[in-house]
Ligand binder design. Sequence first.
Ligand code: IMP
Length: 422
Amino acid sequence: MSLVTVIVGAQWGDEGKGKWVDILAQSKHAIARYQGGNNAGHTLYIDGKKIVLHQIPSGIFHAEQICALLAGVVVNPAELVLEIEKIKTFGAHVNPSRLWLSARAHVITPWHIELDRRREQDSKNPIGTTKRGIGPTYSAKAARTGIRIGEYVDKDRRKHWISEMAAHDHAFASHFAEHRETWERFESAATELAPFVCDAEHQIRQMLKEGRKVLLEGAQGALLDIDHGTYPYVTSSNTAAGGAVASLGFNPHLVDQIIGVAKAYATRVGEGPFPTELHDEVGQHIAHVGKEFGATTGRARRCGWLDIVALRYAVEASGCHALILNKMDILNDLDTIKYCVAYQHPKLGKLTTFPWDAKILADCTPVYESVPGWKSELPDHDAAHALPQAAKAYIKRVEELVGVPVSMVGTGVARQHAIFIK
Ligand code: IMP
């Protein structure tokens, strides 16, 4: 049983990590989110009821486990307060002994949200962000002008930060003066969050010294990583597994299991190249059956065939030991299942590795292989042998091409819709 497991998205996000974190959390002592903010939407079905988590780790519905938001996360305080209230109505036990909010995490303020909105609105090349203030908050962190949770919950330090910002930035000062209600809500959330704020990284490291098992949960996916993704069409943090190490700050050798989660097809939200995107009725079918609408923004997700070149790259960039192939059931009705094994580029010819440049990727057309569809329902619980032969053949081909085992398969939305293969 591994000490530190990292769960990372192996595509452009929305792979269904939340469900798997919820399942794997059963055997862990702590679940900690390592990056992102309320741009994420992790959908869980608890006792048949759907709940979307944006900031709180997906282990919160287990009674005993500690849930933490680590230094690499950005936090929207007012939204986090609402989320805590919401999950309580779903029966989650939330108290400061089991929800730890890192004092080091940076705060998304109303000003950062405004900057995100303005940039998206005014830019000739919008990224298609979630407009949750993610980019500007990480920018402020890197520029060392941000405010961290530990300072935010201290009234004097928060007021000082606001007055310094207002003194140096007229646009900030106007926003602060003109949006009093929003800023008051932002400030009042500090009192409610203060009891949860702690040195979460130190406390998790202590747990590891005691041999307690920790799961580090990513948000988004490796192809949206600020360094390794399809820049600039990425989010503003290190979504790949390396981000987990930086966010917790610990001995990287302690990570002994890295699991990538990928859908059996591909989706993307927002702008950016997506070679296997489908604009036909198959794409519409996948979108409809897979309910491919953003859990955070409600935007329709772009859908396409599984891109093995991109997946292999994401697996490499995160050092995944194994893959979870999720939402296989969405392909149940299809006659043929295609998957992209190479790209054809007008100038560079055939590519079998993922290009560093989003411009190159945008000019690539996919080279497909295919397998026959299984045209039947998939078993909905732990019964790998019961998978139809054609589904097994698809999984085997994915394993061969990506180079890591598929250890679990998702065949439905609920906790029990999980097949453990290896
Ligand atoms: P931001 O993270 O809001 O700055 O958005 C940057 C890019 O990441 C956009 O293409 C978003 O659609 C995408 N993105 C952010 N969060 C998620 C997510 O949870 N799932 C899928 N895409 C996301």
